[in-house]
Design a protein around this ligand. Structure first.
Ligand SMILES: [Zn+2]
Length: 327
């Protein structure tokens, strides 16, 4: 029988989690003393930026979920991995197919955009205000190189790897562009991908799975370190205890239930999320005895369980014991 070259295609399903950084910054904000109104506003701006980036990515996920991709395919919505102590890769959307690998950098900004070169920067003018951002093309090139480094170890003949820069906001006008990578608005993605879909299949299902598993194995969440100090806030100034996810109240354990003293909302198991946030605020929170006192936890068990749930590493024992993220 004649072998058919027609690709089997299907629509992808994408589940992008809410960035953990938003919860971290909100928790930090609620722990600030009342007089630090400027710091509060700075954190508010950071939250808005991250939230806007997230919504841009969701918008592109929406477009991708109505775009056919070769089977089998796999999408990483937000991929982060540490390659060495100083080198990491952070990709907004990574698409693996048997015929090509596509990595996207998504910008959700409005205004007039200029992609400046030599040195590379992104300039945005909106309401007569000029702002400069790091260059998304430089980011794409770094990611491109990082992907080659990652895949080199696998000794598999790879399909071509393509970068693309997507501007998700319809209220943006590109004044000066850059020809080094393809740049698209959301509605052009489908056309671009349908052209890529005509490329020959290079990977077998087994090879694609091997690549996917390797990417999952080295994947690590993005963590901040010493966020409080970086923002000029000493941890002794911060409000202690478990803070409510809804209001600014304290969450206390009463009759085996964690409930907010202000809004009475019951929270199931708030310790892992609190521990995850505190560890990013300052390295001082690595000491379990210190966190226990800070959170006013009567039993050691809840902290132990949270440590297990977060898969934290334990360094040394006894008084010098420390909890750290696996990175
Ligand atoms: Zn509350």
């Amino acid at each position: 029988m004649k072998k058919t070259t027609t690709q089997s295609l299907s629509y992808p399903t994408i589940n992008r989690p809410l960035p953990q950084e938003i919860d971290l910054l909100k928790d930090f904000q609620k722990r600030l003393p009342e007089f630090m109104t400027d710091k509060y506003q700075e954190l508010e701006n950071q939250i808005k930026r991250i939230d806007s980036g997230y919504h841009g990515e969701l918008k592109i996920d929406g477009h991708l979920s109505t775009t056919l991709l070769p089977d089998p395919h796999f999408i990483f919505p937000g991929y982060h991995a540490k390659l060495s102590s100083k080198r990491y890769v952070q990709i907004d959307t990574l698409i693996l197919t048997p015929s090509y690998i596509l990595h996207l950098e998504i910008k959700n900004i409005r205004g007039k955009i200029e992609l400046l070169q030599n040195p590379s920067r992104l300039k945005r003018t909106s309401n007569l205000i000029e702002e400069y951002f790091s260059c998304p093309i430089t980011q794409l090139k770094r990611n491109h190189y990082a992907l080659h480094l990652i895949f080199r170890k696998l000794s598999i003949e790879l399909p071509p790897i393509y970068p693309a820069l997507i501007f998700a906001n319809r209220n943006c006008e590109i004044l000066t562009s850059d020809t080094r990578v393809p740049i698209f608005f959301p509605l052009q993605i489908e056309d671009h991908i349908s052209k890529l879909n005509q490329l020959p299949r290079i990977l077998t299902k087994q090879q694609l799975t091997k690549i996917r598993q390797h990417l999952q194995k080295i994947e690590s969440p993005y963590y901040q370190f010493d966020l409080a100090e970086k923002n000029g806030v000493g941890i002794l100034q911060l409000k202690r205890g478990v803070i409510c996810g809804t209001c600014n109240g304290l969450v206390r354990l009463n009759n085996r239930k964690w409930s907010c003293v202000e809004c009475q909302r019951v929270e199931i198991n708030p310790i892992p999320r609190t521990l995850q946030n505190l560890l990013q605020l300052s390295d001082d929170f690595q000491k379990p005895a210190f966190i226990r006192e800070w959170l006013q936890l009567r039993s050691q068990k809840v902290l132990y369980r949270a440590r297990k749930e977060l898969k934290l590493e334990v360094h040394s024992h006894g008084k010098g014991m420390k909890y750290r993220f696996r990175t």
